[in-house]
Design a protein around this ligand. Sequence first.
Ligand code: IPM
Ligand code: MG
Length: 401
Amino acid sequence: MAILDKDATVKDIIDLGRKEMGEMADVSDATGQFRNLLLEQLNRVLRMEQAEGKKDFTRLPKIRIGVCPGDGIGPAISEQAVRVLEHLLEAELRTGRIELVMIDGLTLERRLETMEAVPADVLKKIKTCDVLLKGPTTTPKGGSLESANVMLRKQLDLYANVRPVQLPEEGIDWIFFRENTEGEYALGSQGIELPGKLAVDFKVTTDLGTRRIARAAYEYAAANGKTNIEIVTKANIMKKTDGNFSRICHEVAMDYPDLKLEDWYIDIMTAKLLDKTRRSDFQVFVLPNLYGDIITDEAAEIQGGVGTAGSANLGDEYAMFEAIHGSATRMIEDGRGAYANPASLIKASAMLLRHIGFSDRADKLEKALEEVANGPEKVVLTGHEDGATGEQFTDALLARL
Ligand code: IPM
Ligand code: MG
C-alpha cells in the first residue's frame, strides 16, 4: 500500500487507486501465466513417465539421416560434413540401408517469416528421420522467437547433450553430460514481465529429467572404464532446482558403487578447468543445462577453440549432432564463408556414426581428423584468405580415409 502525503488531492487518491488496481491486475495475470507454466511442465513430466523404451540406434534395419544446413556458415560446413558421410557410408547409401535426407528451411528467414522456432513443415520432415546432422542456426537475442536448437531439443526430447573434449598431450579426456531440456532453458522464452518494473525467468528441474541424465552419465562411465564422476551444480544458492539435481545424482550413484562421485559448485569448477595440476583427473561431468552450456565452451577453448568441438543431443527416439559453436554470420557478411572450419561438424558426424553403430568408421574418421587438424602435415584454417578453405581441409581429410 503506497502512502499519500497530507496535501494529497482527490485526484491523487484516485490516480493511486487506479495504479494499484492496475498493478494488482498485472500480478493476477502473471499468477495465471505461472499456473499455466506449472501445468505445462507437469504435462511434460507425465509424458516422461509414459515414455516407451529406448530405440537401439545401432540395430535399425534402415536409417534415415536428416541434414539441416542452418544459417551463416552452416551451409558451407554442412556441405563438407556431408561429403565425409557420403564417402564413409558409400556402400550403405548404395544399398539404401542408409538414406541422407536434405532438409531445407531451417533458416532464420523462414523462422522469422513463420514466427516458429522450427517451421512446422521442417519439424515434420525431421521427425521422419532417425538422426539429424544440424548446422548452426542463428538465435535472435530478446524477442519471443525461441532458439531452433532449444526447440528441437525439446520437441525431440533430446535430454542428454554429450560433449567430449580431449587434449591428449595433457592427458585430458573429458566428457560432459549436460542436461538438455530443463533448467533455465525449459521456459527460457516464457518468462513473466511487469513491464517497466520487473521480469522473472524460471528454472525447472524435474526428478525424472534429472534421473535420466544422471543415468546416462553413469552408464557411460561404467561401460567405458571410468573411475570418477563430477556432479556440478550451484546447490548452495539454487536450493530447490540444483539441490534436487544434486540429490538425485547421489541416488543414482548408489547403483554404481565402483564410481567415485565428487560434488562441485560451478564457479570453482570453471576455475579448476584452468588448473593444470588437477584438471586431467576429471573424466565424466554431469550438470544442469546452463552450467553445461557455459563450461563446455570453456572446455572446448582449452581443447583448441569452440570450432574444434562436436556435440551429440541424445534422446530415446531421436538424436541430433551439431557443432558447439554458432553460425558466425559475420564471416558470411565479410565473404569468408568458404574459409569456415568444418572440423566441429565433422567431429559431430563421427559421433553420429558411432551412435548408429559404425564405431570403426567413427574411430577412423576421428583419427584422420586429428592428423589433418594437428598432425605434422596439418591443414591450417584461419577463417581468412591466408588459411585453407573448408573444402581443402576436407579434401585432405578424405585423402586419408
Ligand atoms: C549450445 C549453444 C546453444 C545453447 C544456443 C545456440 C541456443 O550455445 O549448443 O551450446 O545455448 O545451448
Ligand atoms: Mg553454448
